[in-house]
Design a protein around this ligand. Structure first.
Ligand code: TRP
Length: 73
């Protein structure tokens, strides 16, 4: 396992319909999963062999080891 993998992140939705979109690892960068969160819902997820990037749509707070990011700021 590479060091880029296995890291966790947390998304807390501040609104209904927030989307957490997983993008594939490797030569192709494609959406492979969209998880929808409603207001107050929390998703705890990991970067994996299948997921190298994550795109977040909507109003949410994202917690990573690099800090806390509010998507509205
Ligand atoms: N099956 C996916 C995987 O193992 C599940 C997953 C992990 C995921 N992290 C994610 C889906 C982040 C969306 C966003 O990679």
């Amino acid at each position: 396992m590479e060091t880029s993998q296995g890291e966790y992140f947390v998304v807390k939705a501040k609104d209904n319909g927030v989307q957490v979109i997983g993008l594939t690892r490797g030569l192709d960068t494609k959406f492979h999963h969209t998880e929808k969160l409603d207001k107050g819902e929390v998703m705890i997820a990991q970067f994996t062999d299948h997921t190298s990037a994550v795109k977040i749509r909507g109003k949410a707070i994202v917690f990573t080891k690099y800090g806390v990011i509010d998507t509205e700021e």
